[in-house]
Design a binder for this molecule. Structure first.
Ligand code: ARG
Length: 595
């Protein structure tokens, strides 16, 4: 609908200019429209710019028509349909078409946001499965899984905000040959495990012990293999042992999810047992499996480029490839999703490319109906620029990392004397908000493709694009309405008596920044990049700080008595807070009013 379109400024301008180009130059009506948001301090360039005139002039010249870009720009301007969003359009320089947004439109958009809350832009709804976190039972949940957990959770929140139907799936590594040795070891160490819960809280150590025996002891190795067979055959004792081991890991994982406020449904590799059998049959029936050195493999494409998938091992067992083929088939054919998102480190990109290609080759996935993304991310580095490790060289335990975050954030709050000002409850809320917020934000604020350096010191810096800076700015905004002595909790009521006014240059700049929110959401969701949203938050906070530095919201006399409350400006503050809250929600930051 029309009102939806006006939320998406970029989209709206694209439509306007594409109509204008089609009218002015029908032969070139298919030209993709180029719109840029202008981030120039100088207002004379307008707020957005259409940059098509230069390219069109070049194309026409090639076709033997000589016309200057400036004349083309003028013609495009003349053909622009009227729009409530636009105050004026100007042609500048070599052939830029500058767009100036309408203040009146901005006022009404912000007013709606304050009255009705922030509604998401309207997009076609999809059923989406997000495969994220996905650690392995009995193995360390490491920082790579932490990245997947944080990025995956935010992607779910973003897509849920857009009102998609989102399935959050934990593709736990809970099946496979490693269970043979774990079960054999469990039998030896705790023969009575059926009746008495074994104390294997430290599964890491348990895993290491059994791995050592597996590597050193031929006899044990044989028994381990036998247990893979008994487990897969559904032998009750083996199943019981497997469940016990899974439960221990599961509880550890859940603690991390609770702390990070992550919601995810467990559907591990074991879920696909029967479906692995049937996907193998399916592939065989299509003649897609080839024998290779005792294995059965499948080439992802007819040209046999890339790496073949191992579908059946020489001992008849299945692999990671088999389970992912079974999973993708289940997701598309049984869950009926039309978008699958795998949030897994870049190291697995070859694997996923093969799976996606193979799924197409055998007819499970159809590129016209199913969007499939491998949302990859780089590794976490320590401050020394090497792979993130503890001082002793071990992998970092996630719970230790979160504990350390809690300590650092408390120390920072104490250093600022906040423990003197805040109540114990407020202090502990602030501590959690900063600790988990900064860990999440440090991960999300960079382009996920690149590696990033984990440093509490940098994360907790209160200047620059950090969670701390955003959280402090947010609480500062909240304190303004609070100190006005009036009740702004229901902005609709204030709006009955006062309007938003955008006369001051900094008010206008802040308002225009806020209205970019909807475009940013679309930009983030199309490529599944959250750093754009982080950059936006930072831009909002800087625009707010500039506004607050030059615009009084509350005027006081020498005695500190309030002499004037500028309702319009406080409404603008409240709109800023509302936009930030929505962004924080997606990024998993918990805003606190006092910090
Ligand atoms: N468990 C795997 C790992 O830790 C990640 C699983 C990702 N999801 C998938 N469908 N393969 O490396």
């Amino acid at each position: 609908t029309d009102s939806d379109n006006t939320l998406l400024i970029m989209d709206h301008l694209e439509k306007i200019f594409s109509a204008a180009i089609a009218e002015a130059y029908p032969l070139y009506s298919k030209t993709p429209v180029i719109i840029a948001a202008v981030n120039n301090v100088s207002a004379k360039f307008g707020d957005y710019q259409c940059n098509n005139a230069m390219g069109l002039a070049k194309k026409m010249k090639e076709a033997g028509i000589s016309i200057s870009p400036r004349d083309i720009a003028t013609e495009i301007k003349r053909c622009c349909p009227a729009s409530p969003l636009i105050d004026k359009i100007e042609v500048a320089g070599a052939g830029f078409v500058n767009v100036f947004l309408s203040k009146q439109h901005a006022v009404s958009a912000l007013t709606t946001m304050l009255r009705d809350g922030i509604s998401p832009p309207n997009v076609p709804k999809k059923r989406i499965l997000v495969d994220f976190s996905s650690p392995n039972i009995a193995k360390q949940m490491h920082v790579g899984h932490l990245r997947s957990t944080i990025i995956g959770e935010s992607i779910c929140r973003l897509l849920e905000f857009l009102q998609h139907d989102v399935l959050r799936i934990n593709h736990l590594g809970d099946w496979g040959t490693q269970f043979g040795m774990l079960i054999a070891h469990l039998e030896d160490r705790f023969p009575n495990f059926i009746n008495e819960s074994p104390p294997i809280g430290d599964l890491q150590a348990f895993y290491k012990e059994s791995k050592k025996r597996f590597d050193d002891d031929e006899h044990f190795k044989k028994r381990a293999y036998q247990h893979v067979v008994t487990l897969q055959a559904g032998d009750p004792k083996s199943i019981k042992a497997w469940q016990l081991i899974c439960d221990v890991s599961r509880q550890e994982f859940q603690k991390i999810y609770n702390r990070l406020d992550v919601t995810i449904e467990e559907r591990g590799e074991s879920f696909y047992q029967s479906r692995m059998l049937s996907v193998v049959e399916f592939l065989r029936s299509k003649n897609l499996l080839e024998h290779d050195d005792g294995r059965e493999i499948m080439w992802p494409n007819v040209n046999k480029t890339g790496i073949p998938l191992t579908i059946v091992k020489s001992d008849g067992g299945f692999t990671y490839d088999t389970s992912d083929m079974a999973a993708i088939r289940h997701r598309i054919e049984e869950e009926c999703v039309n978008w699958i998102i795998y949030v897994v480190d870049s190291g697995q990109s070859t694997h996923f490319n093969s799976i996606f290609e193979a799924a197409q080759r055998c007819g499970i996935a159809n590129p016209n109906e199913h969007r499939i993304d491998h949302v990859q991310f780089g590794v976490v580095l320590g401050e020394d620029g090497k792979k993130f490790k503890t001082r002793s060289g071990d992998t970092v335990k996630l719970s230790d990392l979160l504990d350390e975050g809690m300590k650092c954030s408390l120390k920072q709050l104490q250093d600022r004397g906040r423990d003197q000002i805040l109540t114990p409850q407020e202090l502990s809320d602030a501590q959690e908000s900063v600790a988990y917020g900064c860990i999440k934000y440090a991960d999300l604020c960079h382009n996920r493709i690149s590696d990033y350096v984990f440093s509490f010191e940098k994360m907790l810096d209160d200047r620059g694009n950090t969670a701390v800076y955003l959280l402090y700015t947010y609480s500062r905004i909240c304190s303004i309405a609070r100190s006005s002595g009036e009740d702004f909790s229901n902005p609709a009521k204030i709006l009955d008596a006062f309007n938003i006014v955008l006369d001051h240059e900094k008010e206008w700049k802040l308002a225009k920044t806020l209205l970019k929110f909807f475009d940013i959401i679309i930009k983030c969701s199309s490529g599944l990049y959250l750093h754009f949203l982080c950059e936006f938050c930072y831009e909002v906070c800087t625009a707010f700080t500039e506004f607050y530095d030059s615009c009084y919201c509350i005027e006081k006399d020498k005695t500190g008595k309030i002499v004037k409350v500028n309702h319009s400006r406080i409404l603008l503050c409240e709109a800023t807070a509302a936009v930030l809250r929505q962004c924080f929600k997606i990024l998993g930051l918990k805003p606190v009013a006092k910090i």
